[in-house]
Design a protein around this ligand. Structure first.
Ligand SMILES: [Zn+2]
Length: 91
């Protein structure tokens, strides 16, 4: 079994990083660069994620859920295209 990940840049800070493509937190941005629920997903790096949660704590907002394995490689798909492995967990 192999693993894969995406290599991308963070929408927050512009730094390159790797992540699980289906679990990494993201912001939806429209073509004008504005947050938009109908926009395209843009991944957020771990540093920006942690900064965002710190901001939320400071302002009395609930922290957001970070999916397990968001910044870990993902097991590759089987030959039949099924499954993402064991269903999650940090690698
Ligand atoms: Zn970032």
């Amino acid at each position: 079994m192999g693993y894969y990940f995406i290599f991308t840049t963070c929408i927050g800070c512009g730094q390159p990083f790797t992540c699980h493509p289906e679990r990494v937190p993201s912001l939806r941005i429209n073509p004008h660069g504005q947050p938009d629920p109908a926009g395209t997903r843009h991944p957020i790096c771990r540093t920006c994620w942690d900064r965002r949660q710190a901001y939320r704590r400071q302002h009395g907002l609930p922290e957001e859920l970070l999916l397990p394995g968001a910044y870990a490689p993902a097991p590759e798909l089987g030959d039949d295209g099924s499954d993402w492995g064991d269903g999650g967990g940090d690698a």
